[in-house]
Design a protein around this ligand. Structure first.
Ligand code: G3P
Length: 217
């Protein structure tokens, strides 16, 4: 499973890229707001940190304006994936933009049928928001599993990009059911390495090593 970083924080993305954890990045209007940065400037900086896709989201809601914004965003760097909302206007824009050879990430997906129509419209990525489904007592990871089954049944090549990941368990759950990509906030990626038995085991090894009185270097 690929990791995208769900953030517009350049410093955090850079640090994770140095660890080899960044296969791409996703942003959205809320993350741009949080960054306090100009969308073109910050997106260009992020695109320079990874060769993978960097999602930048349109804010227009009508097809022609979405296409215009999408082309503008795509002019920032060759690795931009244009993010479009899952509406009929968004899917029309998806067909136009993918027809021009551009990557499109169809976002705000909350049902298997939405994922099906996005794949038929030629989306490069579909972004089901699993945390927001769990928030309302639905089964976010179950949706990823359903989409996996449907896409595999018919050979759709749209990549499943599990989004709205809130916990380390979400990462395991979406990996188990075959998401192609998980877009994960930096703080959750950092938590993936932690295990109390690792910490306890390391402390014991270091204590025992000190008692040997030896040095490696
Ligand atoms: O990738 C979408 C993500 O940013 C939404 O996350 O936590 O706002 O539901 P959240």
């Amino acid at each position: 499973m690929k990791f995208f970083v769900d953030s517009a924080d350049v410093a955090q993305i850079r640090e994770l890229a140095e660890l080899g954890m960044v296969d791409g990045v996703t942003t959205n209007p809320s993350l741009i707001l949080k960054s306090g940065r100009d969308i073109r400037e910050v997106t260009a900086e992020i695109c320079a940190l990874t060769a993978g896709p960097v999602s930048a989201e349109v804010v227009a809601t009508e097809t022609a304006a979405m296409v215009a914004e999408g082309r503008r965003l795509a002019s920032i760097a060759p690795n931009i994936a244009i993010k479009l909302p899952l509406t009929w206007d968004g899917l029309r824009a998806c067909r136009v933009l993918t027809g021009e050879g551009r990557m499109v990430n169809v976002t705000l997906c909350f049902s298997a049928n939405q994922a099906l129509v996005a794949a038929k419209a030629g989306a490069t990525f579909i972004s089901p928001f699993i945390g927001r489904l769990d928030d309302i007592n639905h089964d976010g990871a179950g949706l990823i599993a359903d989409i996996r089954t449907i896409y595999d049944n018919y050979g759709f090549r749209t990549q499943i990009l599990a989004a709205s990941i809130r916990t380390v368990n979400h990462v395991t759950e979406v990996a188990r059911v075959g998401a192609d990509v998980a877009t994960v906030p930096p703080e959750i990626i950092r938590k993936l390495v932690h295990h109390p038995l690792t910490d306890a085991g390391l402390a014991t090894f270091l204590k025992d090593w000190a008692r040997t009185g030896q040095k490696i270097l």
